[in-house]
Design a protein around this ligand. Sequence first.
Ligand code: UDP
Length: 234
Amino acid sequence: MKYKRILLKLSGEALMGQKQYGIDNDRLMQYAQEIKKTVDAGCQVAIVIGGGNIFRGLSGAAEGMDRVQGDYMGMLATVINGMALQGALENLGVYTRLQSAIEMDKVAEPFIKRRATRHLEKGRVVIFGAGTGNPYFTTDTAATLRAIEIGADVILKGTRVDGIYDSDPEKNANAVKYDTLSFDEVFKNNLKVMDMTAFTLSHENKLPIIVFDMNKENNLLKIVQGDQVGTLVN
Ligand code: UDP
């Protein structure tokens, strides 16, 4: 096994599947199955999930809402997604814990790093909800922060494209995919991997990032086993 402890970042939008809003149950179950395979292989899995399928603070602000209020709503949306993923994983018999950066003791444990790592050592999947707990941040930053805190070997950013390209592959048919990139190359070529706060944090802490297609069967398992999938930034 190449990576023993991973932080998987899933966007909220990915959970929509074919829907325009909210959570698509088939997609949720598909992700739960992919995660289970990785856990069964002996990998320690922590997850940060976004909230964009339900609410984004920036979109609220664009329509006149207070940005901070909107950001807290976005953070709560990530807890809803975290609970959905937790339920799906537990349906498959995977042990999980949900830890929230905003305390809500009826549905989640508070985020406590030592407790999180203990859960991981015991083979439980730990889902981190409510982002960083602070407005003006994203769940990419939360994912990077938690990955560093728990000593993850790598952050795996599951997307619907199969890596980082020199231009947008959904718009340009001739876009070329990179297998590996250095942090400096990403900066120099102005490539989009994560938002700048998250990316800088990864860079400063030498945390490798792999961007990959989460919708392709066995991709997650292949990565932790060391196969070349997606684009590695290190
Ligand atoms: N958010 C926040 N602080 C955080 C993480 C998230 O305020 O640390 C809010 C922010 O409004 C964001 C929303 O939660 O738009 C949902 O997160 P994000 O947009 O990162 O979700 P994704 O794009 O991954 O679905």
